[in-house]
Design a protein around this ligand. Sequence first.
Ligand code: ADP
Ligand code: ZN
Length: 746
Amino acid sequence: MPPTAANSASQPGDPPGTQRVMVDAGARVKVLLPLPLAGAYDYRLPFDLPAEIGAFVTVPLGNRRVNGVIWGPAGEDGVAEDKLREVIGVHPLPPLPAANRAFVDWLSGYYLAAPGAVLRMAMSVPAAFEPPRTRTAYRRGTPVEGVKLTAARQRVLEAADDGFALPASELARQAGVSSSVVKGLAGLGALETVQIPDEGRWRMPDPALPGADLSAAQREAADAVSKAVEEDDFSVTLLDGVTGSGKTEVYFEAIAAALAAGRQVLVMLPEIALSSQWLGRFERRFGAAPAEWHSDLTQTQRRRTWRGVAEGRVRVVVGARSALHLPYPDLGLIVVDEEHETAFKQEDGVAYHARDMAVVRARLAGIPLVLASATPSLESHVNALDGKYCAMHLPQRHGGASMPDVQLIDITKDKPGRQQWLSPSLQKALRETLDAGQQALLFLNRRGYAPLTLCRTCGHRLACPNCSTWLVEHRFTRSLQCHHCGYTGRMPQNCPSCDDAESFAACGPGVERLWEEATALFPDARGEVVTSATVHGPLQAAAYVKRMANLETNLVIGTQIVAKGYHFPMLTLVGVVDADLGLNGGDLRAAERTYQLLHQVAGRAGREGHPGRVMIQTASPQAPVMQALARHDRDGFLRSELDLREQTAFPPFGRLAALIVSSRDEEAADRAARLLGRTAPRGAGVEVYGPAPAPLSLLRGRYRRRLLLKTGREISVQKVLRDWLKDFQVPSQVRLQLDIDPYSFL
Ligand code: ADP
Ligand code: ZN
């Protein structure tokens, strides 16, 4: 229904950008429910309940009540009149914006997912639909005699003087005291308690505060992205600049432009929970913190932020994938930082790629998008080459810091000792770095002590009971873990197969074992192991950053989380212990990912005055990806990767979709997979590989078979898949998962 003057308006108090398109009183409406159903259901809107398209409503479903969204008017030909049930209530919230609704439909069509399953991501906070709660707040009461005014109490009364009622914690924070001082004053009658709506308070980020003094190249890029914001139309700018070149400073200017225009901004970061440095920078630049959105939030934080976004009170959201689904009424800009990160690909539930969907979201809303990376994904690189994206380059590090010197170490020649993993040259460099009072980082993308444990007597290997993988020994927690399903067990005393005692041998290194080696070599080093287990939230991340900044730690041994955008001026040596690790497995993007990851790790070295060096241990120093790293020849690497993909018609020159058939019953999985194989589509530009056992042929107790559909770029994989699957009945004990544009081939 197109908006007309008569039925389209915004209401007083609506956030800017709100379009209300009223539904006729008493009309039939389609209501989409956040459930994996095939489509929206028909309901009748009672005559006395005005509502608009996009309104959040409560409807009956069976004998339950569920919240959903009015998706549009429904024809008279749907559910019979006597079966049609009525909408129970309309939530006093702004409607789900049209761009969000179009986004749900688009995402569901592209990924062949139930629209309700997609809507569920936008309605992930049930508490947001409950009546607003209240909380106790404190303000200055009438002066009371006989209250002893300590300095702390005095400060609280001063902070409370502006007449606003504030929660105890906030008042205490402003006064620099503990909440008990506030509550004590209330008990004495010097502060008055009132009930206020329990809503988040967000200070407005101030775009007028001065930004950095930009270099000429930075200024040019900043002008381009700011202009895109002012044009207020769909565009994609790829900020392609080496690590430390000031990409963040540049897109801060775009954010400032959007804020100055009164619009909302979404910034997507792959690991927001660990991005304390980024949050600090934002707050210093704009004088206020952004709202965060990630899985570490409490339910209360989620409710406040969801409503704050819906009601337009939250101006800047920084979040992970799921932040894309928040109900922004007036989004004016999206930024995706580290756009190449595979963490943007969701593997569970609806398997979607948040960077790709950010492009779609921006297009549907008609707003600009900024993608930032030092190592753009091949997909984005090609779009820039084709002129679909506007590319802005920042070839130099800010402040004259040079790119680190990268040296390849051939470990077949420069051999580490037996049961050791640090080559003599890397050991020497570590010694020099520590002696110079600088910091070193050893990168090994493997958690735990050893990836494989076997019995020396009988050769038995300790395997996961639920998956076709080996268990990883973790010595710090004295456990055996499966990194795929989360299984944890104790290390057995005797071999479960031959019952021999003390016969286990650890094979291969994990970060814990490397730590053992490094501390034995450098007993004076202040070493620390950093993995997702030791640094898994904002607090630990901030503590880690602090230990590094204070030089309390001078040797970090870590997995990929140390590759993140941390900036440590005294970190001058990065050692990549096993650069070949990510190249095994025959994954389409193995080389690309290895390049991106190692480049990012390398980018931690020498970010300020002290020159950095990077030593990469590899058994194949001649491999193109290693050569490209050593020569800083990213574009050469991208060209050779592109050639390869083009010759083989793999993405972005062709399209892929994976079908994963799984069941607890191996026979059933095989049967279903074979049936899919027999009915597989054929034709020009369409190929199907498999079925074959997945590399992880057993995962969480389910047997898995894979098929891979590959088509030409001009062919719609969605259509091919729909035709293929339309007559396929998924047997009851079998699950069929579709993965469009797959990133994982396990
Ligand atoms: P990138 O995002 O490209 O890795 P950053 O924006 O993080 O780069 O910049 C790297 C470092 O240099 C940061 O500490 C940043 O504050 C600083 N920096 C970058 N550009 C400027 C500038 N024009 N003036 C002052 N500091 C800058
Ligand atoms: Zn397992």
